[in-house]
Every structure is written in C-alpha cells, then in structure tokens.
Ligand binder design. Structure first.
Ligand code: FMN
Length: 320
C-alpha cells in the first residue's frame, strides 16, 4: 500500500463516526477483573489491551490475567514490552499458544526504570536500533504486530524517522499517544505530530490521549474522520459513564457508579485480601475524586481507610 494522505486514506479505511473504541492498558488498574467488571456495567468498548508483559517467565498473577478463562467473550490484545527480538518472539509465541490472534508492542511507556533499559518510549531515542529490532521480528513473529507509541523521547525531531520505521514493516495498526517521553502525562497534547501521522502513516491509525468528555471524542473524530479507533484510558476513571455518553447514553449517575464500585470491591475481595483490595479501589479514586470536590472530608477518610468498612462508609456518603 502506498502512503495514504487524508483523501486516499478515506478510500482505504472508510469510517463513519461509529469507529471503534479501545480501552487503554493501564498497568496496575485494567487487569482482567477490572476489564470484565467495567464491561458488565458500562458496555461499549470494542477492544481491550492488557497492560504490558515484559518478561518471558510469567508470574502466577500474569498467567491468571492472560488465561482464556479470565477473558471470555472479550476481544483482547496482549501487549509486550521488550527491545530484545528473542524475548519478544518468545512471548508472542506464548500468546499464540493461548489462542490470541495478534500482539501489541509497547513503545510508549515513559517510566524511568523502563526507558533506562531502552524499552517503551526509551526505544524511540534510537530509530536505527528500532529498525533492526523490527527487521528481526517482522518475518519471524508468530502473530501480527500492532504498535502503541509515543511520538519521541525528548523532542519531536525524530518522529518522521520513527514513523518511517513503522511504515517499512507490516505493522497492522498504529496507536499514537502524541506526547514525548519527557512530557510524561503533563497537560498538552502534540496534535501536529498526530496530524503528521494521519498524513503519512500507511497503516490504520488509532488516536489515544486525554479523551475525558464526549466533546473531546467528537473533536478528534471530526478532525481525523478516517482513523480506525479512539483509545481511552484515564477518562473512564474520571467519568465511568464516558463510554456510554459517547454512544449517546445519559451520563452515569451516582447509583450506577456505586454499583460498579461495589461489584469491583466484591470481586477484588474474592480474589485478594483486604489491603490489596483497598489499594486497587483507592487507585481508581485518585481519578474519580475530581467529580466530587464538595466531599473533601469524606475523600480524605476514604484515602486514609485501613479497613474495607472505613472505605465503604466514606464511599457511601460521597456516592449517596
Ligand atoms: C497508571 C497508568 C498505567 C499505564 N500502563 C500502560 C501499559 O501497561 N501499557 C501502555 O501501553 N500504556 C500504559 N499507560 C498509558 C495509557 O495506556 C495511555 O496511553 C495514556 O494514559 C494516555 O491515554 P489517556 O489520556 O486516555 O489515559 C498507562 C498509563 C497510566 C496512567
């Protein structure tokens, strides 16, 4: 396929506004339990991605999370974080053995411990090494590869070169989070870099980053009508009903949010002890709390809770 500018892209990937919606992988949050409970309460995502797998030897938690039993009826793409072709191929083979039909390569993680080893967005510093990596895995990979990428490490100058690498290989889909590694999650999205990908990527494109309202979603699909999908992460933690709102449903009320959180609590507590269950719930509340600025006192109690009962009492007042 030749390079597709805006017009030719429209012919190759005709899309209406009902393009697909992907749940972003959030390490420590969107494991199988979260994905299942979220989908049961707020249906509307078309595809899910696991948080990254970075080691060839999986631990028990990872094995439970990736197994078919935990992911029934859910279109799920496992994500791999690696800069070693051999490791990538080994993990991809295991994913194939589990029955998955594609894998996603993480080239976006900005965490210092990851990038220091040249993985995630750390790999974007060296497009030549990235090219060699793709050259090694492209023909040997047991499964088709999609990529989730940031647009560079510390400046945008390498973005055209990085994109040219992806264009040289059979990358099935490119998910772009238009921030640099050094941007971390600071406000400000580099839309020009996304527009550059829209003009120059020769594979289906997915937008990811800072979709927090239906208006944010509409702005992206209006400006880039021929992307394949929009991927949303933190937006559904700040507003759990966002996915429904995008599909035209009314905003989620406190009752719907309470039922979702209660279910999440029950299922987490069935799988883990009290402390890790509390930890998971508090992590979600770090995002959700912005909806309830009038409940400063109860939010403080919720974050200080050492027992599930204390958590429940605080959450009940906030969500009444
Ligand atoms: C806590 C946390 C964990 C994340 N874990 C992953 C991950 O495992 N793999 C990945 O590709 N991106 C990961 N990301 C990045 C998100 O998938 C997404 O690209 C980013 O949050 C921007 O999208 P959003 O504004 O819709 O959240 C993580 C982000 C956060 C905040």
């Amino acid at each position: 396929m030749s390079r597709t500018g805006k017009e030719s892209r429209a012919k190759v990937f005709p899309r209406e506004w009902d393009m697909e919606l992907y749940m972003a992988p959030l390490e420590g949050i969107t494991g199988s339990l979260f994905r299942n409970v979220y989908q049961a309460h707020f249906p509307g995502f078309d595809r899910f991605f696991t948080p990254f797998f970075g080691n060839t030897g999986f631990n028990t938690k990872e094995l439970c999370d990736i197994g078919p039993d935990a992911n029934q009826g859910m279109p799920l793409v496992p994500q791999i974080l690696s800069n070693k072709a051999e490791d990538f191929l080994q993990i991809a083979q295991r994913m194939k053995d589990y029955g998955y039909t594609s894998v996603n390569l993480n080239l976006g993680c900005p965490s210092g411990t990851v990038t220091a080893k040249g993985r995630g967005s750390g790999f974007l510093r060296d497009p030549k090494a990235l090219d060699s990596f793709f050259a090694e895995i492209a023909d040997k990979s047991p499964l088709p590869i999609s990529v989730k990428t940031r647009i560079g490490y510390e400046d945008e100058s390498l973005w055209p070169e990085i994109l040219a690498v992806y264009n040289r290989y059979p990358v099935t889909e490119l998910i772009v989070h238009p921030r640099l590694k050094t941007d971390m999650y600071r406000p400000g999205i580099r839309m020009d870099a996304f527009a550059y990908a829209y003009e120059n990527a020769n594979m289906p494109l997915v937008y990811n980053g800072d979709i927090n309202t239906p208006e944010d979603y509409r702005r992206i699909v209006t400006e880039f009508p021929n992307i394949r999908a929009v991927m949303i992460g933190r937006g559904i933690l700040r507003n759990p009903g966002l996915i429904g709102e995008i599909h035209g449903a009314p905003p989620a009320d406190n009752k719907a949010i309470r039922e979702w959180l209660d279910d999440l609590m029950k299922q987490n507590h069935a799988a883990y002890t009290e402390i890790p269950t509390l930890f998971k719930l508090k992590e979600i509340w770090t995002y959700l709390q912005d909806r309830y600025p009038e409940h400063k006192k109860e939010l403080k109690q919720l974050f200080k809770a050492k027992k599930l009962n204390e958590y429940k009492n605080a959450a009940a007042v906030i969500l009444q």
